[in-house]
Design a protein around this ligand. Structure first.
Ligand code: BES
Ligand code: ZN
Ligand code: ZN
Length: 506
């Protein structure tokens, strides 16, 4: 996708279509200069439309005006911005996604927009970023496995930001570039998450990771099963026993060359390429969605892509434990006890609580980097989805992560990838006491999302700040929203990039 920024006035330029925003009940004295100019060129057509109540400016509603020779541009796509006082980056992303899709439906190949003109309290750079993000994310489709996808619909080749004010052009360009990188990286994560388990195996993910590392110049390494066995990653390997697909522990490292004293951050992503539950088999209804159990890992890949392309000044490690969870002949059985990489023993009472097993070893492994912060992302518990639905990821953290936690929550508000904290009081750990091992891997249904986090906390080195994000409810959407597609959402890429950018600024 080409992202273009151009200086000019809509009333003097000739395009197929230009997108303009209208606030609710804004019948005259338009906030947007471009809208004002268009309205007078069209002899008050915009005002007429609003006064007739055919179009009210309600959020995300769309109408089109044909200019019939009164303007060089053929059509004006009007989009409702909702109430002026409630305008936000989130709304800007939404209307951008909506209008981008409508432009594609009209078979037009270039989106021209002046939505960034309406900034309210938003900076030009942030406005441009939001528009580009909303558009690219909204246009996302997973068509790779449809054989007729070439003929199915048109595609958008470029997005052009038309700006009247010369003075903010540079800022707009910067914001647009950032938005482009972040959105394409999110779509990269979505593509991987949507890929079915017969294709997206652990080997496939590690090959993709290697390819990505080469393209974006960061380091790639992988531990295969024998490497993992040598160092004692038995919690990770125990999950892989029931599958014929070789497990992979993917390690990615990004470090900007000219910088020595940088914060080291480890991001861990659960990548179960298919979670059948193992011998504690899941019910069949909806089991196809368990291809999304690799979403945490896919997000880490998208994040590495974004951070390396943005050249952020941090030392970032991505750890992706990847395996299938299947009930094969060698599969781990309820009651089996294994010794994890940390040396702690685990009684596996339920083989469907496999995410915490692979994460346990990954969290232990993370300490070798002596990081300032560990974040893990995992589609860890159905209970988290029950608690928060699809509108927020569950956030649980240790005491050391206090200041990071606040920043991450703020990043959630900014990006619309919201996080809601659940308490991690020590009492929750009492549910993990085993008669035979140091811990058991499940502790009943009540508070299961927190108990899962309590289990993970046992494998985080004392003193290292750690945040756990349960993305079971947010990694997959079962319907299309303004800029969130049906299927994999790539949740976490935008959130954590924003968090890093805010962290660097602090
Ligand atoms: N991958 C699942 C969690 C999940 C469920 C993600 C639904 C997305 C949608 C995880 O491995 C799992 O099966 N967890 C169990 C834990 C239980 C056995 C304590 C669960 O949530 O039922
Ligand atoms: Zn499971
Ligand atoms: Zn799982």
């Amino acid at each position: 996708m080409d992202i273009l920024v151009e200086h000019g006035k809509i009333e003097e330029k000739k395009y197929e279509i230009v997108v303009l925003g209208v606030f609710e009940n804004e019948t005259s004295d338009f906030t947007s200069k471009s809208l004002q100019a268009v309205d007078s060129s069209l002899n008050g057509a915009v005002r007429d439309l609003l006064e007739s109540k055919e179009f009210s400016g309600k959020l995300n509603t769309i109408d089109m005006l044909r200019t019939k020779g009164l303007l060089p541009t053929k059509r004006i796509l009007l989009v409702g911005l909702g109430n002026k006082d409630s305008f936000s980056l989130e709304r800007l992303r939404q209307v951008s996604g909506k209008t981008a899709v409508r432009t594609r439906e009209l078979n037009i190949q270039q989106i021209v927009t002046s939505l960034h003109e309406i900034r309210q309290s938003i900076s030009p750079a942030n406005a441009a970023q939001a528009i580009i993000e909303g558009s690219i994310l909204g246009l996302y489709q997973f068509k790779e496995l449809k054989t007729d996808h070439q003929i199915e619909s048109s595609s958008i080749k470029s997005i052009l930001l038309l700006e009247r004010d010369m003075g903010v052009l540079d800022e707009i360009q910067k914001g647009a570039n950032i938005g482009n990188i972040i959105a394409e990286s999110t779509n990269f994560a979505r593509d991987l998450a949507n890929m079915p388990a017969n294709i997206a195996t652990p080997s496939y993910l590690s090959a993709k990771a290697e390819e990505l590392a080469t393209t974006f110049s960061f380091e790639y390494d992988v531990l295969d099963e024998s490497n993992a066995r040598e160092i004692g990653m038995n919690a990770f390997l125990s999950v892989a026993l029931g599958s014929d697909q070789p497990a992979k522990f993917i390690i990615l490292e990004y470090k900007p060359s000219d910088n020595e004293k940088l914060d080291t951050i480890v991001v861990v992503g659960k990548a179960i390429t298919f979670d059948s539950g193992g011998l504690s088999l899941k019910q069949k209804a909806g089991m196809e969605n368990m291809k999304y159990d690799k979403s945490g890992g896919c997000t880490v890949l998208g994040l590495m892509r974004a951070v390396s392309q943005l050249q952020l000044p941090i030392h970032l490690l991505g750890l992706i434990p990847s395996t299938e969870n299947l009930p094969g002949g060698k599969a781990i059985k309820p009651g089996d006890i294994i010794k994890s990489l940390s040396g702690k023993t685990i009684e596996i009472v339920n083989t469907d609580a496999e995410g915490r097993l692979v994460l346990a070893d990954a969290l232990t492994y993370a300490k070798k980097y002596a990081p300032q912060l560990i974040i893990d992302l995992a589609t860890l518990t159905g209970a988290c989805k029950v608690a928060l639905g699809t509108h927020a990821s569950g956030l649980m953290a240790n005491k050391e992560a206090e200041k990071f936690k606040v920043l991450l929550k703020t990043a959630g508000e900014k990006t619309g990838e919201r996080c809601w904290e659940l308490p991690l009081w020590k009492e929750y750990s009492t549910h993990l006491i085993s008669d035979f091992a140091d811990f058991k891997n499940v502790g009943g249904r009540d508070g299961a999302a927190i108990i899962a986090a309590a289990f993970l906390s046992k494998f985080v080195e004392k003193g290292i700040p750690w945040i756990h994000l349960d993305i079971a409810g947010t990694a997959r959407s079962d319907r299309k929203k303004a800029y969130i597609p049906k299927g994999g959402t790539g949740v976490g890429v935008r959130l954590i990039v924003q968090f890093f950018r805010d962290l660097i600024r602090n």
